[in-house]
Design a protein around this ligand. Structure first.
Ligand SMILES: Cc1cc2nc3c(=O)[nH]c(=O)nc-3n(C[C@H](O)[C@H](O)[C@H](O)COP(=O)(O)O)c2cc1C
Length: 181
C-alpha cells in the first residue's frame, strides 16, 4: 500500500529538478557553500596595538548548556597566533549597519591588526576581549580547546559574558552582504 509519504516522494520525483552532479572537490564545495546564507560575526582578540580580528561566518554555538561557542579559523590568518597567545576572543554578531566593519575585519584595503578597529566603539567585559559596543550581540569567550585540522583550527570558546543589543544579523550569501527584512 502506498503511504502518503511515498506518494509525495514519487510526486516530487516526477518534477525531475535539473541538477548537476559534481565531484567532491574544493571548487564544487565552494559553489555549494555560496548558496548557504551565513550570519556575519567578527572575531576580536588581543590587546592595545596587538589587537586584531577577522570577519567570519563560521561562528556558532557548540552548545548552550554549557555555554560554548565555536569558530573555524584559517591557521594562516593573522588572527590565529594572537588568539592562541591571548587565550580569549569576542564573537561580535554584526547588524545591517556594519557592512563597512565587516570589510575592515576581512582585511579589505589591506587593513591589518589594530587598524581594523578604527571608527567604531569598543569596550571589554570579563576576559579582556574587545567587544563592539553596538553589536547585535557580543559574546566574551576564553579558549577552552583549539583543534588544528587541515588548513583551519576549530576554536571552542567558554562563554563568560554576553552583551545583548538585539536586532537582526547581517547575512552573507552568494558573495555579497544582505540585510534581512
Ligand atoms: C563573509 C566572510 C566570511 C568569512 N568567514 C571566515 C571564517 O569563517 N573563517 C576564516 O578563517 N576566515 C573567514 N573569512 C576570511 C577572513 O575574514 C579574512 O581572511 C581575514 O580577516 C583576513 O586575513 P588576515 O587577518 O590574515 O589578513 C571570511 C571573510 C568574509 C568576507
Amino acid at each position: 500500500m502506498t503511504t502518503q509519504f511515498a506518494r509525495e516522494v514519487f510526486k516530487a520525483a516526477d518534477h525531475k529538478p535539473e541538477f548537476e552532479d559534481r565531484p567532491g572537490d574544493a571548487e564544487s564545495l565552494k559553489l555549494a557553500l555560496r548558496t548557504l546564507a551565513g550570519g556575519v560575526s567578527i572575531i576580536t582578540t588581543g590587546e592595545g596595538e596587538a589587537r586584531t580580528g577577522a570577519t567570519v561566518t563560521s561562528a556558532t554555538a557548540l552548545s548552550v548548556d554549557p555555554p560554548r561557542m565555536l569558530v573555524s579559523l584559517n591557521r594562516t590568518s593573522s588572527t590565529w597566533p594572537v588568539l592562541e597567545k591571548s587565550g580569549f576572543f569576542g564573537v561580535n554578531i554584526l547588524g545591517p549597519s556594519h557592512e563597512a566593519l565587516a570589510n575592515q575585519f576581512a582585511g579589505v584595503g589591506g587593513l591589518k591588526g589594530a587598524e581594523r578597529y578604527r571608527g567604531f566603539a569598543w569596550s571589554r567585559a570579563v576576559t579582556g576581549a574587545p567587544l563592539l559596543d553596538d553589536a547585535v550581540a557580543a559574546i566574551d569567550c576564553s579558549v577552552e580547546e583549539a583543534i588544528e585540522r587541515h588548513s583551519h583550527v576549530i576554536v571552542i570558546g567558554k562563554v563568560h559574558a554576553i552583551r545583548l543589543t538585539g536586532g537582526r544579523s547581517l547575512v552573507y550569501q552568494g558573495g555579497a552582504y544582505h540585510k534581512l527584512g
